[in-house]
Design a protein around this ligand. Structure first.
Ligand code: GLN
Length: 239
């Protein structure tokens, strides 16, 4: 964690009024819980789209959203600049679906092209159909994660540039383009997975917590997340 006014881990949930679909707020709850069971003090900060984005957070979370709210969120985050300053300070970011698309260079919403925040080397356009259903992938070995599982619902398709690596290779569903899913660089990760993503992928939660704290995290009891993962992954195999 970076200095700052408090020693607590500061987790910032951005724009819940615009970006929070399919239970994405659960990502905040999971991070808070998994930090607390490790004995870490945590401060959860919800920042609405009419409020300034604090630059002194340790982790920033963005959720999914409909096209209109997504375009508005991108505009306000660009004008605010707080997220860019936080990333320059070394903050970690987890962004879901609309939140993921708007971190890129450009995205489509309501038939028009919008500029993104240029925090990830990627562009999103529109696909031939809506991608709806279970999403499963084998993660980039560099991340040391097990199979990822999530629920996707998006019209966009995302094309990665050389400045990012795919989060995973798709084994079921569409993700970015039917071949790769999500993207990451440094301490920023974006994904199409709702579910919420961190309830289904506790190892991804710990990856983000590890990025933010620099600490080796002790194992926790993952019996219930394990059951959820087995049930969801089993549903895809037999579906
Ligand atoms: N509006 C975006 C799309 O349809 C993102 C949707 C979402 O966040 N679920 O591609």
């Amino acid at each position: 964690m970076d200095g700052g006014s408090s020693s607590a881990l500061r987790i910032v949930w951005l724009y819940p009024d615009l970006l929070s679909t399919y239970g994405d707020r659960g990502n905040l709850l999971i991070l808070v819980r998994r930090a607390q069971v490790r004995g870490l003090a945590v401060e959860a900060i919800e920042v609405r789209s009419d409020q300034a984005v604090p630059a002194d957070g340790d982790i920033y979370l963005l959720g999914g959203g409909e096209d209109g709210p997504q375009a508005l969120a991108a505009q306000r985050l660009a004008a605010d600049g707080g997220l860019h300053r936080a990333i320059d300070r070394g903050a970690a970011v987890l962004a879901i679906c609309a939140g993921y698309q708007l971190l890129g260079r450009s995205f489509f919403a309501k038939g028009a092209k919008y500029p993104g925040l240029e925090l990830l080397d990627l562009d999103s356009d529109r696909g031939p159909s809506r991608a709806v259903g279970e999403l499963v992938g084998e993660p980039d070995p560099a991340l040391g994660l097990p199979t990822i599982t999530g629920f996707e619902n998006h019209g966009g398709r995302t094309h990665l540039g050389p400045g990012v690596r795919p989060l995973a290779r798709v084994s079921a569903g569409i993700g970015n383009d039917g071949t790769t899913e999500g993207a990451w660089r440094d301490k920023i990760v974006g994904t199409y997975m709702h579910g919420p993503a961190l309830a289904r992928n506790p190892a991804l939660a710990d990856l983000v917590l590890g990025w933010a704290t620099g600490a080796q995290l002790t194992p926790v009891d993952d019996t219930w997340p394990g059951r959820l993962r087995s049930e969801r992954l089993g549903a895809v195999r037999t579906g």
